[in-house]
Design a protein around this ligand. Structure first.
Ligand code: TXA
Ligand code: MG
Length: 340
């Protein structure tokens, strides 16, 4: 058991937070760190013993590989051996999207412990765009393995207090830098080259970098069924609140039971349409109360799911959002929260 400390990475405390986090990582301990997507549970990626602590703290099965974060593009070669036939594409993608929420699956170097990749010959790599994370990654001078800082199968945390609820007592330190900007985990792709044509990008997880943004660089494809097994974190049931959770396809899908309480996870809330009006909900929580935009909805998604989980409904009902741009990532998370 640890007495979990939260250290605020504010203007004054920035340096101190960074130093403490780096010292912890050097000792082979875990630290929860903010990224632009969700909070990550960080360990020195080259220290297998430290990485093993991630699996223990999260109760994560060891067949589920981790994402490795590098501080700069030049560090890529320390963790991945980029094949020549996709080197140009990787460079272009890095130029365009790194630092940022795009993770690329590449052949790994021997320096990456097998535990990080669950024995796979490939490693999932990204460069985080969060200034605090980047600062710590740079100061550590080594790549950082970091999955989302939640217990396995649960909702990813987008604030330090959410990390505390998930992992309090299990880790020594949480660096608090406020809410995450993107709100959903990075987009994950694997690249397959094609003779004389743009490469294929197999989409392992939809995320903040959308299909539309990737398309200028390659053709985005769904992952082949067999390949899905290589990405076991992509289980159908994931991101699950403790309260029963159901994503509707249409308003007719909802048939309330007498005496039960229902909360609606709505896209636009009271301003919104038929889902809000079709029933006398015990409560309506809106994903995008301000702008009515998908970006706001993504940022608030896990926060709203947690909030509703604590409200004590018999069931949480979610309305679908349009599956374009960021809506693809949002619907992916809602579907998997809804799967039991
Ligand atoms: O935004 C993010 O990606 C966050 C922040 C902390 O960076 N991290 C994150 O990690 O979401 P995690 O562990 O919750 O999700 C990583 C996913 C898992 O579904 C895992 O199966 C997949 O990446 N993955 C990792 N390595 C892989 C590999 N070599 N091949 C296929 N899938 C892989
Ligand atoms: Mg996760």
């Amino acid at each position: 058991m640890f007495e979990t400390k939260i250290i605020e990475a504010t203007d004054d405390g920035m340096k101190e937070a960074q130093n403490e986090a780096v010292a912890c990582l050097r000792r082979g301990e875990l630290v929860a760190l903010p990224t632009e997507t969700v909070y990550g549970l960080a360990a020195d990626a080259f220290n297998a013993e430290a990485v093993a602590k991630i699996f223990a703290a999260k109760e994560r099965p060891e067949f589920d590989p981790l994402i490795v974060h590098i501080a700069s593009y030049t560090d890529l070669k320390t963790v991945a051996e980029v094949p020549e036939d996709i080197a140009d594409t990787v460079k272009k993608l890095a130029n365009e999207f790194w630092p940022g929420p795009l993770t690329i699956i590449l052949p790994k170097t021997p320096a990456v412990p097998d535990l990080v990749t669950s024995g796979l010959p490939t490693v999932a790599v990204r460069q985080s765009g969060h200034p605090i994370f980047r600062g710590i990654n740079q100061a550590l001078g080594r790549p950082i393995a970091a999955p989302s800082a939640n217990r396995f199968g649960r909702i990813s945390p987008t604030s330090a207090s959410a990390v505390m609820k998930e992992l309090g007592g299990r880790i020594p330190l949480i660096v608090d830098a406020g809410a995450c900007g993107e709100g959903v985990e990075s987009t994950i792709i694997r690249i397959e080259p094609r003779e004389g044509k743009k490469p294929l990008f197999y989409l392992h997880r939809a995320g903040p970098i959308t299909k539309e943004q990737l398309q200028p660089f390659g053709r985005v494809e769904k992952v082949k069924p067999g390949e899905k097994l290589q990405s076991p974190g992509q289980l159908d049931s994931h991101y699950a609140p403790l309260t029963p959770f159901r994503l509707l396809k249409s308003p007719e899908d909802f048939v309330p039971e007498e005496g039960k309480s229902y909360g609606l996870l709505s896209y636009k809330g009271e301003e919104g349409g038929e889902y809000v009006r079709m029933y006398d909900w015990d409560s309506v929580v809106s994903l995008s109360p301000g702008s009515g935009k998908l970006a706001e909805a993504a940022t608030r998604l896990f926060f709203a799911m947690r909030e509703m989980d604590e409200m004590g409904f018999d069931e949480i009902i979610a309305e679908p959002v349009s599956e374009t741009g960021l809506g693809v990532a949002i619907m992916d998370r809602l579907r998997r929260a809804s799967a039991r």
